[in-house]
Design a protein around this ligand. Structure first.
Ligand code: DP6
Length: 321
């Protein structure tokens, strides 16, 4: 029986989206800029379900009864394949799932990549973006390596800003907790959109932050990129905090990582951080400082582990399991 396996990497947003424009089509309300990382990946295998007349999804070996994330992508893609197959979709992450480490982005991007190849669709890039977007708002960014822009004013088209070899920074993922988050991004951003008094200000700021980050990335200006990334991250967490009910994903360990990052910076190291809908801290740094940063974070904070990554590439089909 034909099986197809694809790998896709997670991406972390430097300029984030938090809020949807259209819930039915899962459209982000703003543009975003991210880095795709290597080391971490989702690996998704698909094949025809010969045992039952339904699609079945397994995440890390456990059947997931909720197909709501994958289903819209699957429906969209089946228009091209004209296939009526029921599928078994087996997805595995080599990192903690649903804890703010972008597993839905890499999971959806690896599924779309596997499906496209399984049915030899040769889809145009825009269609791949659409298939990913229907599954997760951040997933289209995982279709491209390096620094990526997703432009909400231009049909969410995703473009590479710089390749990983253009500016080979390191990314250190400080795993603060492996627990699944209590409020999903989707629920959290809907609460913020409806209740945060600064949501409009957050929307209005997006264009400025995108422009500043694009400029900093093109110039490879670490200090400018640090300023806009951290400002954007703080603002998103302020939007969450000022929501009703107030949303907070950070813990004391998250804050102790931030303190150490500030200390390292005052010693002259080039690094900055970002934090998504979870307590994990992602550090982007000059590779010259990677080892010292890792040592300090491991020895001076209660993080569980530090995953060392570089910038990653686009999804790919692999042969072996
Ligand atoms: C804080 O794209 O994961 O990471 O569409 O519900 O899957 P769904 O949400 P998702 O939300 C990402 C939120 C964020 C910011 C970002 O990645 O831009």
């Amino acid at each position: 029986m034909k099986e197809t396996i694809a790998i896709a990497h997670p991406n972390f947003a430097l300029v984030k989206y938090w809020g949807k424009k259209d819930n039915n089509k899962n459209r982000p309300a703003m543009s975003s800029i991210s880095v795709t990382v290597d080391s971490m990946y989702s690996k998704t295998k698909i094949f025809k379900n010969s045992q039952s007349n339904r699609h079945q999804l397994f995440i890390n070996g456990v059947e997931e009864p909720d197909l709501s994330k994958i289903h819209p992508s699957l429906m969209y893609l089946s228009q091209f394949s004209k296939s009526e197959d029921y599928l078994i979709i087996q997805s595995q992450n080599n990192f903690p799932t649903s804890s703010g480490l972008a597993s839905s982005a890499s999971g959806v991007a690896s599924f779309v990549t596997a499906y496209e190849s399984h049915y030899n669709l040769n889809l145009e890039f825009d269609y791949k973006v659409e298939s990913c977007l229907l599954g997760s708002g951040s997933a289209p960014r995982s279709l491209i390596g390096g620094f990526v822009l997703m432009d909400h004013k231009n049909d969410y088209i995703c473009k590479q800003i710089l390749e990983k070899s253009d500016w080979p920074l390191d990314v250190l993922i400080c795993v603060v907790s492996k627990e699944q988050k209590k409020i999903s991004s989707r629920e959290g951003m809907e609460i913020s959109k409806k209740t945060s008094p600064i949501y409009q200000e957050w929307l209005d700021m997006n264009h400025k932050h995108i422009t500043l980050a694009l400029d900093a990335i093109k110039k490879k200006d670490m200090v400018e990129l640090e300023k806009v990334t951290e400002k954007n991250c703080k603002m998103m967490h302020e939007v969450m905090k000022t929501s009703t009910p107030s949303i907070s994903y950070m813990t004391d360990v998250t804050h102790s990582c931030i303190e150490e990052i500030d200390n390292l910076r005052s010693l002259g190291h080039k690094l900055f951080y970002t934090i998504d809908a979870g307590p994990q801290v992602k550090i982007i740094c000059d590779p010259k400082s990677t080892e010292i940063i890792k040592d300090i974070i491991i020895n001076r904070t209660d993080v569980i582990e530090v995953i060392h990554a570089g910038l990653g590439g686009a999804p790919r089909i692999i042969n072996e399991d």
